[in-house]
Design a protein around this ligand. Structure first.
Ligand code: ZN
Length: 186
C-alpha cells in the first residue's frame, strides 16, 4: 500500500468523466487499498480515484467515525467515543446512483481537493447506489444521512463535478479564487 498525491483545484484532471472498470484484478484492488490509505492519511471520509489522477470509476469512504453529533460532547468524550469505533471502510467499483429521494437535506461539505474550504450543500437525503465490491459482488445499497451525502459527493467526482458546483456562482467563485491563490503559491 502507498500514499498517493491528492490533486487540488485547479488541476484539470478533476474535471474528467472517469472510465468504468472492466476487469477487477490485483492492480484495481491495490489501487483501492492505496486510495483508503491516502484518504485516512489526509483525515478524509471519502476519496475518488480521479483525485489521485486515476481515470477509473472507483471510490472509497469511511463515514463511521463522524456520523454522530460531536457538538454535544466535550473533547474528552469525543476522543473516548471515536477510539471505540472500528474503521468502516467501503470500497465501490463502478458506483451508480439509481434512485434519489425528492427530499433534500443540507449538510456542510469539504473536499480533499479543496482542503480548508467548506460550504453548505443541498442534496437528496436518501439514495440507492449499485456497485461492485472488492469481492466482485453486485451490491444495491440504500443510504441515508452522512453516508448518502458522501456517496453523492464521491460519485460526482467521477463525473468531473465538485461540491462547489452545487452552490451559488458567487460563493463558488469566492472559494475558487481563494483556494487557487493559496494552492498555487505554496
Ligand atoms: Zn471531494
Amino acid at each position: 500500500m502507498s500514499i498517493r498525491e491528492i490533486i487540488r483545484v485547479p488541476n484539470p484532471f478533476l474535471k474528467i468523466v472517469a472510465k468504468p472498470v472492466s476487469i477487477i484484478n490485483d492492480s484495481i484492488l491495490g489501487l483501492l487499498d492505496d486510495m483508503l490509505e491516502t484518504m485516512y492519511n489526509a483525515n478524509g471520509i471519502g476519496l475518488a480515484a480521479t483525485q489521485i489522477s486515476e481515470d477509473k470509476r472507483l471510490i472509497v469512504m469511511d463515514c463511521g467515525k463522524v456520523d454522530f453529533n460531536e457538538d454535544d460532547m466535550t473533547e474528552e468524550e469525543y476522543n473516548d467515543k471515536i477510539k471505540d469505533i472500528e474503521p468502516q471502510p467501503i470500497k465501490m467499483i463502478n458506483p451508480q446512483i439509481i434512485h434519489s429521494s425528492l427530499n433534500l437535506t443540507e449538510r456542510e461539505e469539504g473536499c480533499l481537493s479543496i482542503p480548508g474550504y467548506n460550504a453548505q450543500v443541498k442534496r437528496p437525503d436518501t439514495i440507492t447506489v449499485n456497485y461492485i465490491d472488492e469481492n466482485k459482488n453486485e451490491i444495491a445499497l440504500e443510504a441515508g444521512g452522512l453516508l448518502a451525502t458522501c456517496i453523492q459527493h464521491e460519485v460526482d467526482h467521477l463525473n468531473g463535478v465538485l461540491f462547489i458546483d452545487h452552490i451559488s456562482r458567487l460563493k463558488r467563485e469566492i472559494i475558487l479564487r481563494k483556494a487557487i491563490k493559496e494552492f498555487t503559491t505554496d
